[in-house]
Design a protein around this ligand. Structure first.
Ligand SMILES: [Zn+2]
Length: 591
C-alpha cells in the first residue's frame, strides 16, 4: 500500500490547518493499515521550488538554498514531533528527485504528450522580472469572481491563464502586468480526456464530491504549462532548454512527481533500488491525502502524467523508464480548518504553528482533535474551547481516567493482572463489545472516516466506564474474587481500547502498553536522520524515516496475561485550564 502525502511548501513553518489536511489523516490511515498486516510505504517531503520561495528568501535576507534548508528542517522536525510515521520524508532539491522528474518528463515527451508553444507571459513593468501566475489577480473570465488568481480561480475551481483575467493586477505591488511573448512547454491535457474519463468511471468508491468535481472538469481540459521563466527549479532535459538559465519546470510539475521520486529514493536507501516497484504496481493500492485545494492535481493532473508515462493516454505510446505505474486508488481530501470562519492566514495573524502547539500541548491531543473534530467533510472552525473540551472531557476524563482507575486498583490490590473467576453476563457483554469494535472501527479507518472511527473507539471507553460505575469494584473488599474478575475485565477492555486508539494516539498508546506490563515498542515513531544526498555526497539533509516493521501493535484483541506485573500509573493526559478557551495561549492570543 502506497500512502502518498501532499508535500508541504517550504516557505515557512506549517500551521495546524496544514497538518489537519495532509498530515494526521494520512498517518492514522497508515498506522491502521500496518496494524492490519499490510506493507505500507508512506512518502512525502518538502516542496522547495517556485517563486514564493524566492519571494520569501528575499524577505528574510537569505539565499534560496538557505531558505529551503531552514524550512525543510523546521517542517521535518514538526512532523516528527507529531509522530507522522513516514517511511521517507525528503525534499524536492535532491539529485534523485531531479533525475526522476527529468526521466518522467522524457517519457511524456517521447509519447507526444508535451507541446511547445509561444505564449504571453507577464512581467512586472517596474522590475522587468517575470510575474508568476499566482502573483497576478483579477476577475475570473468564467464565473466573474473578483479574487481569482492567475493560475486558478478558487471560486469555480477552473484553471486559468493570467492573460484571460479581467482587470489583471500584481499582488505584490498592485501594478498592471505587461505581457510579452515567451516559449513554453505544455502538457497536452486534452489528449487524456478519454483515458481519464474511463478511469474515473471505475472510481466508484471515491467520495462523491471529489468524483463529481473531477468529472466536471473533464470536458474543459486545456493544455497546461509545465515550464516557467525562472532560475530556481529543475532544468528541462532537451537540447536548447537544458542550459537556458531562465527555463525551469513549473513547481507543480516537479512537486507532484515527488511521490514517485521519494519512493525511488527510499528504495535506493534500503539497498534494493527496485524495492519501490512493489508499491507502484498491482496488486498494491495507492492512497493520496491532501487538502481540498489540491484535488485537481491528484484526481486529474497526476493521473495524466502517469498515463502519459505509461503510454496509456488517448494517443497511446510505450511505457517510459518506470514501466507501468499504478494510478491513484483513492484521493482522500480534507476540507479546511478555519479560524473564526476564515482560512488560517499568516498575514491576518490568525495562525497557530505546529511547533508552538506541540511545545505546549504535545502531539496526541492535536492528533485526536483533528481526527475527532477536524475538517473531514466540511470546513471546520478551530476554537480553543472545543480543543479544551475534547482534551479535558474525552481524553482526560473518559480515556485517561478509565486507564488510571483500572490499573491503579489492580496495582494496589494485586500488583499484577488479576485472575478472573466465574465471569458474569455483564463481563462477557463488555468484552464482546470491545472485540466487535475492531471490525467497525477498522472498516471506518479503511475508508478514511476518521470521525466515525474515533467515536466508535470512544464508545468502548464509555461502555467500560459505565461498567466500572455499575460494578463498583472499589466496594468489593469482602469479595476479592469478584473484585479481581471485574478488574480483569476492565483491564482487558483497556488493552483492546488502547489498540483501537493506537492509530490516533500512538504516543499515549505506548505508555498504556507499558502500564499493562508490556515491553518493547508498541507503536513506532519516526526518527530524524542526517543523510548524504545519494548523487552528491557533499550535500546532506535531514529525512524522516523509521523502523515500523518492528512494532508490536496489531489490529486484534489480545488476551491479557494473568500475573503480568502492573506499573503504578500517572495521569495519561494533563487537564487544560478552561480559561485558555477565553484567552488562547500567549503565543496565539484570541483577538
Ligand atoms: Zn471562477
Amino acid at each position: 500500500m502506497l500512502t502518498a502525502v501532499a508535500w508541504p511548501y517550504a516557505n515557512g513553518p506549517r500551521h495546524i490547518g496544514h497538518v489537519s489536511g495532509f498530515g494526521v489523516p494520512s498517518d492514522v490511515f497508515s498506522r491502521y493499515m500496518r496494524m492490519s498486516g499490510h506493507r505500507v510505504l508512506m512518502v512525502s517531503g518538502t516542496d522547495e521550488h517556485g517563486t514564493p520561495i524566492l519571494v520569501q528568501a528575499e524577505k528574510e535576507g537569505l539565499t534560496t538554498r538557505q531558505l529551503v534548508d531552514k524550512y525543510n528542517r523546521v517542517i521535518a522536525e514538526d512532523l516528527q514531533g507529531l509522530g507522522l510515521s513516514y517511511d521517507l520524508f525528503t525534499r524536492t532539491t535532491t539529485g534523485n528527485h531531479y533525475k526522476v522528474v527529468q526521466d518522467l518528463f522524457l517519457a511524456l515527451w517521447r509519447n507526444g504528450y508535451v507541446q511547445s508553444k509561444v505564449q504571453m507571459g507577464a512581467i512586472s513593468p517596474s522590475t522587468g522580472r517575470t510575474l508568476p501566475d499566482r502573483y497576478i489577480e483579477g476577475t475570473c473570465p468564467i464565473c466573474g469572481f473578483d479574487g481569482a488568481r492567475g493560475d486558478q480561480c478558487d471560486n469555480c475551481g477552473n484553471q486559468l491563464d493570467p492573460v484571460d483575467l479581467k482587470n489583471p493586477r500584481s499582488r505584490i505591488n498592485g501594478e498592471v502586468p505587461k505581457f510579452i511573448e515567451t516559449e513554453h512547454l505544455f502538457l497536452d491535457l486534452p489528449a487524456f480526456t478519454e483515458s481519464l474519463g474511463s478511469w474515473l468511471s471505475t472510481r466508484t468508491e471515491w467520495r462523491p464530491n471529489v468524483l463529481k468535481f473531477s468529472q466536471n472538469l473533464l470536458d474543459d481540459l486545456r493544455p497546461r504549462p509545465i515550464t516557467r521563466d525562472l532560475d530556481w527549479g529543475i532544468p528541462v532535459p532537451l537540447d536548447g532548454w537544458r542550459d537556458a538559465p531562465m527555463k525551469r519546470f513549473y513547481v507543480w510539475f516537479d512537486a507532484v512527481i515527488g511521490y514517485l521520486s521519494a519512493s525511488v529514493e527510499w528504495a535506493r536507501r534500503t539497498g534494493d533500488a527496485d524495492a519501490w516497484k512493489e508499491f507502484w504496481t498491482d496488486p498494491a493500492q495507492a492512497y493520496y491525502f491532501m487538502g481540498k485545494d489540491n484535488i485537481v492535481f491528484h484526481s486529474l493532473i497526476w493521473p495524466s502524467l502517469l498515463l502519459g508515462q505509461n503510454g496509456a493516454g488517448d494517443k497511446g505510446g510505450t511505457p517510459g523508464a518506470f514501466d507501468t505505474l499504478n494510478l491513484p486508488t483513492e484521493v482522500v481530501s480534507s476540507e479546511f480548518l478555519t479560524m473564526s470562519g476564515s482560512k488560517f492566514s499568516t498575514s491576518r495573524g490568525t495562525v497557530i504553528y505546529v511547533g508552538d502547539f506541540l511545545k505546549e500541548f504535545g502531539p496526541d491531543s492535536l492528533r485526536y482533535f483533528i481526527s475527532a473534530a477536524g475538517p473531514e467533510n466540511q470546513d471546520t472552525d478551530f476554537t480553543w474551547d472545543e480543543f479544551i473540551r475534547r482534551t479535558n472531557f474525552e481524553l482526560a476524563n473518559e480515556w485517561g481516567n478509565l486507564v488510571n482507575r483500572s490499573v491503579s486498583m489492580a496495582h494496589k490490590n494485586v500488583g499484577a493482572i488479576p485472575a478472573p473467576v466465574a465471569p458474569t453476563a455483564a463481563d462477557a457483554e463488555l468484552k464482546a463489545l470491545a472485540k466487535a469494535a475492531f471490525a467497525t472501527v477498522g472498516d471506518n479507518l479503511r475508508r478514511s472516516r476518521f470521525k466515525a472511527a474515533s467515536s466508535e473507539a470512544m464508545r468502548v471507553v464509555a461502555a467500560a466506564n459505565k461498567y466500572l460505575s455499575d460494578e463498583e469494584p472499589w466496594k468489593r473488599k469482602d469479595d476479592p474474587e469478584r473484585r479481581d474478575t471485574i478488574l480483569h475485565t476492565a483491564l482487558q477492555v483497556v488493552s483492546d481500547a488502547n489498540t483501537l486508539l493506537t492509530p490516533f494516539l500512538p504516543h499515549s498508546a505506548q505508555k498504556v502498553h507499558e502500564l499493562l506490563g508490556g515491553k518493547g515498542v508498541w507503536a513506532a515513531q519516526p526518527e530524524l536522520r542526517e543523510v548524504d544526498d545519494l548523487d552528491d555526497p557533499s550535500i546532506s539533509y535531514p529525512v524522516l524515516t523509521g523502523d515500523y516493521a518492528g512494532e508490536q501493535a496489531a489490529w486484534e484483541s489480545v488476551d491479557i496475561e494473568v500475573g503480568k506485573p502492573l506499573t503504578k500509573p500517572e495521569p495519561l493526559f494533563a487537564k487544560l485550564d478552561p480559561k485558555l478557551g477565553e484567552t488562547g495561549p500567549e503565543w496565539a492570543p484570541i483577538a
